[in-house]
Ligand binder design. Structure first.
Ligand SMILES: [Ca+2]
Length: 191
């Protein structure tokens, strides 16, 4: 009898664990360390202020992507790969920053900061300090007051590029990346 109970509990646990590993259609699965999260990249033609991007993510049951919980560098790399896959190769052109190819990250700083004094950045969703940074060369520069955070494409002459962090005005526009926990989705969302 006890064995039967144990087995049914085990099966229930396995089923539950499997369900939590799935994200709804259109979402990508981020697996950094032991943490699995659902990631939604906004469309390439969707450029919003940070506030509007936050509303869109909230409408999907999520928030702007963050990299807390100690898997900072690892998850940062995962997200950058996702962006590079979505964007692909750009046009030939002058190498350097592509300010029309930025993606909101869910972090905020208050007050003046610069590339020598980065300021005290906080993850919006968890209200914890940002302990690890991946700045673009010369950033953060706080140009005309930039208290929000993006990925910014560093493009080569052929149109290929990598992404690094830029401080960006919250009222400016950028593409967006939403994040949500798999457990926040009902089974119905996953069919
Ligand atoms: Ca900047």
């Amino acid at each position: 009898m006890q064995l039967k109970l144990f087995l049914s509990l085990l099966l229930a646990t396995l089923a539950y664990t499997q369900d939590t590993h799935y994200c709804p259609d259109g979402w990508l699965v981020s697996e950094a360390g032991h943490t699995i999260e659902c990631i939604l990249l906004g469309g390439l033609n969707e450029r919003l202020t940070k506030h509007d991007a936050e509303l869109v993510c909230a409408g999907h049951g999520g928030w702007l992507v963050d990299m807390d919980e100690g898997h900072g560098g690892n998850k940062n790399g995962v997200i950058k790969e996702m962006i590079m896959d979505a964007v692909g190769k750009g046009d030939w052109g002058i190498p350097g920053p592509k300010y029309d190819d930025q993606w909101w990250i869910g972090a905020t700083v208050r007050g003046h900061h610069d590339d020598h004094h980065w300021g005290n950045w906080t993850w919006d969703h968890t209200h914890t300090s940002v302990e690890w940074f991946d700045w673009y060369d010369g950033e953060p520069n706080d140009w005309h007051s930039q208290n929000c955070l993006t990925y910014l494409k560093d493009q080569d002459i052929f149109g290929y590029g990598t992404y690094h962090w830029n401080d960006w005005s919250c009222d400016n526009v950028a593409r967006f990346i939403c994040e949500a926990e798999p457990s926040s989705f009902l089974d119905d969302d996953l069919e």
